[in-house]
Design a protein around this ligand. Structure first.
Ligand SMILES: [Cu+2]
Length: 739
């Protein structure tokens, strides 16, 4: 903590926490930042961190570890030039990657841990998996242009950040309140439209705010439609089209020392193709509401929030790439609350205590198909009244020992109760035995999870900061991991968010996974933190009872495929199971100002390198480990022009999970160019992604289950062994008008 921030902290403590002005400063800053997106044209950058905020500690705000990653509103809005997939923004943070899925539904990963291991909260709302393929992950409920900020906490984060995750926690803020000076109402916002040549995708984004000094009404939303994209060699990658719209409306009021916020929102996806799943999304609707309160008191600060959301999801086949008839339906409700008190216990001590509760109810059923012997006459009950309730509470103590040393220790307990009702298959003959066995067992499970975290920071001088963190983080299984029950080949191939074409079955005996992580961050920079910065973050996690898979040896699985336990060149059948595993890696990122000149503008270099390895203690490689990869970029700003030339380098993926029969992928390099020009209220963006039209396979894209078929007894069936190729060249444009 710098002297300045100690001073600020003391003042805040004397005055009883940050003033109301400080409270509204954040929304104001966000609002200003988004306005700047248009007027000041920030370059398209990975902003590695905000060391100023990291280093000084924001008084009674939350503690931000030095390896925390940020995605700012302007960065997310700029990304709309080339993507509508908010989940893909994770590829732009240190240690981040994404598992390929539908065009707006990729699953985030961080430091080797993906899907459910990364917990995403959108305005404090949790969206539980509401599809056996996790087609509707949390980030799909916002378009990139709707995002005001994303804060990604890595594995050794303080316990107040959350529970029930082992990888990373992302806090996404959408449409925070924005107040403007004076009583008079002001109107501000922007509207934009974009077109991307590859996949012929186009869409619009809009945000508008009516506000004065104590009231803010803010809407943000967007719509996009895309056809199948084409890879570098001209292959149309089938089943990659999508259409989505997302909306959020926030009403906020501040009075006395309090801020009240209420938000409603919703999503509609009429279709989204999946090249790495056997099914497509043919309907996804969601509505949600959340409310929050923040208040200043003599003793500190109180924050509370609550929410409810509902998702209705249907899968089927989108013609002509996939044919047939097999509806699958899901209905999910999440609700919860969170309360946190931050107490300024002394001029150097902050104590945080909190409690939260999350409840999820899930029904997943597959209606009978008329005239089908195999898929009738009954409804297939995949998850029947599945319930998952989590009650968590924590305490944490942050001490600013002196100007150089800060420590933070915390403990939390999360209790997870899970249960589900009895099930049935399409018919007694094919599914009766499985269903009867599942129904004969008790489904109720209770997990008592203890997490802890300890972090020590040393700010040696104005040039360097070091931080060491230890944590234990626990994640209980999700409903599918515990309760998917059928070993029928077709039913198993409907389960799984791995995009590998394999079939999955749950395991009632699964234990929660416990990740023990140690991480270290060194951050070197110039004193103003504007000229140069290098950040190095090595980490190591030992995960006890890592929820992985084993080849399924149940009689049904062996009936599907007699050599299921040994097959190495085909799709296989897997059962969730616990294994001990470890992961280690290092993330390096940095920036360097190259020139600053009235004639030539400002030029800068930025770079990032991510390396991760993951293996079970029995020697099996973990699935979907991103090969070593780097991003190197030159950013340039001259007056109203802002440009960026970026190279992405990805090594070959040769360490693959033998259990999944995971596919290897080759190394590749991509070249991207982006530029924008602002004239008054108008901003024009232009870019070319994958300039050289390189043909490459996505390392975490899974298997292409649609483009390649072989003839079989059933006519044709999916060929094994083809990864999903990434998009070829795309010319992208965007026009934004601010008001
Ligand atoms: Cu689905």
């Amino acid at each position: 903590m710098t002297l300045h921030s100690i001073d600020r902290f003391r003042r805040a403590t004397v005055l009883g926490g940050p003033s109301l002005a400080a409270l509204c400063l954040m929304p104001l800053a966000v609002g200003t930042a988004s306005a700047q997106a248009v007027t000041e044209l920030p370059t398209v950058v990975v902003r590695p961190s905000t060391p100023a905020a990291v280093a000084s500690g924001p008084g009674l705000g939350s503690y931000t570890p030095a390896d925390t990653a940020f995605i700012s509103g302007p960065e997310a809005q700029n990304a709309t030039l080339w993507t509508s997939d908010s989940g893909s923004l994770f590829t732009r943070v240190p240690g981040g990657a994404t598992w390929g899925a539908g065009g707006v539904s990729s699953l985030p990963a961080a430091n080797g841990m993906g899907a459910d291991r990364v917990q995403v909260a959108i305005n404090n709302m949790i969206f539980s998996p509401a599809c056996p393929n996790e087609m509707n992950p949390p980030m799909s409920y916002v378009n990139p242009a709707m995002i005001s900020s994303v804060k990604v906490y890595m594995g050794a984060a303080p316990v107040s950040v959350g529970g029930d995750y082992t990888g990373a926690k992302a806090d996404v803020t959408v449409a925070p309140p924005k107040f403007t000076p004076g009583q008079a109402l002001t109107v501000s916002g922007s509207a934009s439209g974009f077109y991307r040549s590859n996949g012929n995708s186009y869409g619009v984004d809009f945000n508008g705010t009516v506000s004065n000094e104590d009231t803010s009404v803010r809407y943000t939303g967007g719509w996009v439609r895309a056809s199948d994209y084409t890879s570098g060699n001209g292959t149309v990658i089938k089943s990659t089209m999508y259409e989505t719209q997302n909306h959020a409306l926030t009403i906020a009021k501040q009075m006395n020392q309090s801020l009240f916020t209420f938000q409603i929102g919703g999503q509609f996806i009429p279709y989204q193709g999946y090249v790495n799943q056997y099914m497509d999304m043919v309907d996804n609707k969601s509505i949600y509401a959340n409310g929050s309160y923040a208040g200043d008191f003599d003793w500190g600060k109180l924050e509370a929030s609550m929410f409810a959301n509902r998702v209705r999801h249907t899968m089927g086949f989108i013609q002509p790439d996939k044919t047939g008839d097999m509806p699958m339906d899901t209905r999910s409700t999440d609700m919860g609350y969170k309360v946190k008190a931050t107490i300024g216990a002394s001029p150097i001590d902050i104590v945080r205590v909190g409690n939260e509760l999350y409840y999820n109810n899930l029904d997943d059923w597959w209606p009978p198909v008329a005239g089908s012997m195999m898929m009738g006459p009954d409804t297939f009950e995949n998850i029947n009244n599945g319930q998952r309730l989590r009650f968590g509470y924590f305490g944490e103590w942050e001490r600013h020992v002196d100007a150089q040393w800060t420590t933070i220790v915390g403990l939390r307990n999360d209790i997870v109760w899970m249960n589900t009702g009895d099930v049935q298959g399409y018919n007694q003959m094919m599914y009766g035995e499985n269903a009867a066995f599942f129904n004969s067992q008790s489904h109720a499970r209770t997990d008592f999870n203890i997490d802890g975290s300890a972090i020590v920071r040393y700010e040696a001088n104005a040039f360097s900061l070091y931080e060491l963190g230890f944590s234990r983080k626990t994640r209980s299984p999700n409903l599918y991991e515990r309760y998917a029950w059928s070993t029928d080949a077709m039913a198993m191939q409907m389960i799984g968010w791995f995009g590998d074409g394999n079939g999955y079955v749950g395991n009632l005996d699964l234990e929660p996974e416990k990740a023990h992580t140690v991480s270290f961050t060194a951050d070197w920079h110039d004193p103003t933190q504007k000229v140069w910065q290098v950040r190095v973050s090595p980490y190591y996690s030992y995960v006890q009872d890592y929820i992985d898979v084993q080849r399924c040896a149940l009689p049904g699985c062996l009936a599907n495929l007699p050599n299921n336990l040994t097959a190495d060149n085909t799709f296989v059948f897997l059962q969730f199971a616990n294994f001990d595993a470890w992961m280690y890696g290092v993330n390096i990122d940095g920036k360097l100002a190259l020139w600053d000149d009235p004639t030539f503008g400002q030029g800068g270099f930025r770079g990032a390198l991510n390396f991760v390895r993951g293996q079970r203690t029995d020697g099996v490689n973990l699935y979907h480990m991103m090969p070593v990869n780097a991003t190197l970029a030159l950013d340039h700003t001259l007056g109203n022009w802002s440009s960026s030339l970026e190279v992405q380098l990805v090594a070959a993926k040769t360490l693959v999970s033998e259990v999944h029969n995971e596919l290897e992928t080759s190394a590749y390099a991509l070249l991207n160019f982006r530029t924008s020009y602002t004239a008054g209220q108008l901003k024009v963006d232009f870019g070319i992604d994958n300039i050289l039209d390189t043909q490459y396979d996505l390392p975490l894209g899974g298997a292409n289950l649609v483009n390649y078929q072989v003839s079989s007894m059933m006519g044709t069936s999916t060929a094994w062994g083809y990864p999903v190729a990434g998009p070829g060249r795309s010319i992208n444009t965007r026009v934004t008008v601010a008001f």
